[in-house]
Design a protein around this ligand. Structure first.
Ligand code: PMP
Length: 449
C-alpha cells in the first residue's frame, strides 16, 4: 500500500469534511499509517509534525501509552451500553471528576458525542429551563460577532463565521449578534483589557434592551478559535457574568476548543474566576482519542427539570452513543495524566518557548499581529502592514503555507490568512523551533505575488 493507491481508493468513495474535494486534483490527500507522539507517518514513510493537534483534540500525543492501556482495559470489560436506565463506572467517575475540576457550582454532567451536539444540548437546556419556569417569552440567544460553535443547525445559528454560515442562513433560527471583544481591532496603545471592557458596553446595551426575550448568551471564553484565533481579555468574561446575573440570562461557555489547559489554565473561565450556567466540553476531553462531549450545569438548572413524569418537564434529548464507555475511559485516562504530571505548570514554560520561537514573526513585513493565549499562538498575514489591508481570501495565501509546510514535514492548517500553532503539550523546544522555521519559509513563499 502506498499513499497513491490509498488516496485514489479514498477519492473514489469518500467525501471529506471542511474540504472542496476538487482541491485534491492538485493537492494530494495524505493517508496516515500511524501516529506516535507529535508525529504522524504516511504510507510512503514521510513524517509530519502535528502542529494543530489533529483539529485541536490531541493533548498528549498519538498512541499515548497511558491512554492506550486504559482503553485496552476498558475494551475487555465494556465497550458501550445504552445510557438511559443504565450506567457504568467510567461514565460515573469521569462525571465526578469533571464536576470537581470545573468552576465551583457546576454540579451536573450531561454527555453527548461531539462538540456541536454539546452546544445543541446547552441551547435546548437553557430554553427549556426558562420554559419550565414559566418564562416562555425567553426564546432568543445572544452571540458574538466572529464566534464559532459548530456545524449542526442550532450551533451554526449561534455562530457567526460567514464562510460556514451564510449558505444555510435560510434554515437557521434568528439570533442577536453583538460586536465582539476581539482585540485585533483595538486602537494603537490600547490594552487588551481596556479594549475588551470598552466593547462590553455594546453587550450591556443589548442585554438591557432585550434580556426579557433571551435565554442565554453563548461565548467562546478568551479565544475565538475557528474565527481566526482572535483573542480577548478575561475582564470581558467577568463583566458578562455579572450582567447575565443582573439581567437574568444564562451564560453558556463553549470551552470545546479552549478547555483542558489550552489557554494556560485547565478551563479558560478560571482566568476570570467565573462559573457559567453551562459549560460545553469536547475535543481534548478524551485526549484526542474518541468522540465525546459533556455539558456541565448547575443544580439550579437540574432541579428545574426534576419532577413527576406526568408534568412533562424532563430533558428528553438523547444520542445513541451518549456516555460511550470507551470514550469516558479515554477521558478518565486523560485527566489522570493531568493529575500525575504538572501539565499546567509545564505548559507555562512551553508557552514561553512558543513565544520565543515566534518572536521573529513580529518583524515580518506581511505579519500585522502575533498573538498568544497559553498554548495557542497565531500569526496574522496581511497584504499591507501599515493599512492592515488583508490579502483577498480568493488568493488562498494560507493554503500555500499549508502546502509548503507539508513538503517539509509539518502539518499546519491555516485559517484563511492566519497561521497558528496549537500543538500537543508534549512537543519539545526543538520541535517548536522546527515549526517556526518551516512557517517562516512557508510565509515567504505564500506572500510572493
Ligand atoms: N465549539 C467550538 C468552540 C469549536 O471550536 C468546535 C470545533 N472546532 C465546535 C464547537 C464543534 O465541535 P465538533 O467539531 O466536535 O462538532
Amino acid at each position: 500500500m502506498t499513499n497513491q493507491t490509498l488516496a485514489s481508493r479514498d477519492l473514489s468513495v469518500l467525501w471529506h469534511p471542511c474540504s472542496q474535494m476538487k482541491d485534491h486534483e492538485k493537492s494530494p490527500l495524505i493517508p496516515i499509517k500511524k501516529g506516535q507522539g507529535v508525529w504522524l507517518e504516511d504510507f510512503d514513510g514521510n513524517r509530519y509534525l502535528d502542529a494543530i493537534s489533529s483539529w485541536w483534540v490531541n493533548l498528549f500525543g498519538h498512541a499515548n501509552p497511558h491512554i492506550n492501556a486504559a482503553l485496552k482495559d476498558q475494551l475487555d470489560s465494556l465497550e458501550h451500553v445504552i445510557f438511559a436506565g443504565f450506567t457504568h463506572e467510567s461514565g460515573i467517575k469521569l462525571a465526578e471528576q469533571l464536576v470537581t475540576l470545573s468552576p465551583p457550582g457546576l454540579e451536573r454532567c450531561f454527555y453527548a458525542d461531539n462538540g456541536s451536539a454539546a452546544v445543541e444540548v446547552a441551547l435546548k437546556m437553557s430554553f427549556h429551563y426558562w420554559r419550565n419556569k414559566g418564562q416562555t417569552q425567553k426564546t432568543k440567544f445572544i452571540t458574538l460577532e466572529n464566534s464559532y460553535h459548530g456545524e449542526t443547525l442550532g450551533a451554526l445559528a449561534v455562530g457567526n463565521v460567514a464562510l460556514y454560515k451564510e449558505t444555510y442562513a435560510p434554515l437557521l433560527m434568528d439570533v442577536i449578534t453583538v460586536p465582539g471583544p476581539d482585540c485585533y481591532n483595538r486602537e494603537d496603545g490600547e490594552s487588551w483589557a481596556d479594549y475588551s471592557t470598552r466593547r462590553f458596553a455594546l453587550m450591556e446595551q443589548v442585554l438591557q434592551q432585550q434580556s426579557d426575550g433571551c435565554c442565554a448568551v453563548i461565548i467562546e471564553p478568551l479565544v475565538q478559535c475557528a474565527g481566526s484565533m482572535r483573542m480577548y481579555d478575561p475582564v470581558y468574561l467577568s463583566l458578562l457574568r455579572a450582567a447575565c446575573d443582573k439581567y437574568q440570562v444564562h451564560l453558556i461557555a463553549d470551552e470545546i476548543a479552549v478547555g483542558f489547559g489550552r489557554t494556560g489554565t485547565l478551563f479558560a473561565c478560571e482566568q476570570a474566576s467565573i462559573t457559567p450556567d453551562f459549560m460545553c466540553l469536547s475535543k481534548g476531553l478524551t485526549g484526542g482519542y474518541l468522540p465525546l462531549s459533556a455539558v456541565l450545569t448547575t443544580d439550579k438548572v437540574y432541579q428545574a427539570f426534576y419532577d413527576d413524569y406526568q408534568n412533562l418537564t424532563a430533558f428528553l434529548h438523547s444520542h445513541s452513543y451518549t456516555g460511550n464507555a470507551l470514550a469516558c475511559r479515554a477521558g478518565l485516562a486523560t485527566l489522570e495524566i493531568f493529575q500525575q504530571q504538572p501539565i499546567i505548570e509545564n505548559n507555562k514554560h512551553l508557552a514561553i518557548t512558543l513565544a520565543k520561537v515566534a518572536a521573529r514573526f513580529h518583524e515580518h513585513p506581511n505579519v500585522v499581529e502575533v498573538r498568544q493565549t497559553g498554548m495557542i499562538l497565531a500569526i496574522e498575514l496581511v497584504k499591507n502592514k501599515q493599512t492592515r489591508e488583508p490579502f483577498p481570501w480568493q488568493e488562498r495565501r494560507g493554503q500555500k503555507v499549508y502546502q509548503y509546510a507539508l513538503s517539509k514535514g509539518v502539518l499546519l492548517r491555516p485559517l484563511g490568512n492566519v497561521i497558528y500553532f496549537m500543538p500537543p503539550y508534549i512537543i519539545t523546544a526543538e520541535e517548536l523551533e522546527l515549526l517556526a522555521v518551516v512557517a517562516w519559509q512557508g510565509i515567504q513563499i505564500a506572500v510572493q505575488d
